[in-house]
Design a protein around this ligand. Structure first.
Ligand SMILES: [Zn+2]
Ligand SMILES: [Zn+2]
Length: 133
């Protein structure tokens, strides 16, 4: 039992490390493809289960489903996102833009106090925009 737990948490550590290693906001399949050569016994189901545990413990955040796949972020501090509606890229806007968008919290508005916000911008990324020209 103990050995089993250690094995699971080793996999979980590798999954967390993989999610944190990229700014691409990956889905479970991307993580699986990355880790499979290193961890031959790994299954996609194991990756899903472990990401769920990581999400529950607050180590990663879910960004919801983009182009049919749930995407995750290893940067858990709240920040806005940009999602390309064509290719499904998920990007973090540059720091100065982020500060401008999130700097005012907590915000007092008559009737309620705003503690956090979740901002997602949709449009075309530079690659898709250039491809359409
Ligand atoms: Zn795109
Ligand atoms: Zn992000």
């Amino acid at each position: 039992m103990l050995r089993n737990e250690r094995k699971h948490s080793k996999k979980r550590d590798a999954i967390l490390e993989t999610i944190r290693s990229t700014l691409s906001h990956p889905g479970a399949r991307w993580v699986y493809d990355r880790l499979k050569p290193r961890i031959p016994g790994l299954s996609l189901g194991t990756v899903y289960r472990n990401i769920n545990v990581l999400r529950e413990e607050g180590s990663v955040v879910s960004l919801g489903v983009v182009n049919g796949e749930e995407r995750f972020d290893g940067t858990v501090a709240p920040h806005p996102h940009f999602i390309c509606e064509d290719c499904g890229r998920v990007l973090d806007p540059p720091g100065e833009v982020q500060a401008e968008l999130t700097g005012a919290l907590p915000l007092e508005i008559p009737g309620f106090t705003v503690n956090r916000s979740k901002t997602v911008f949709y449009g075309l990324c530079d690659k898709c925009r250039d491809a359409q020209r």
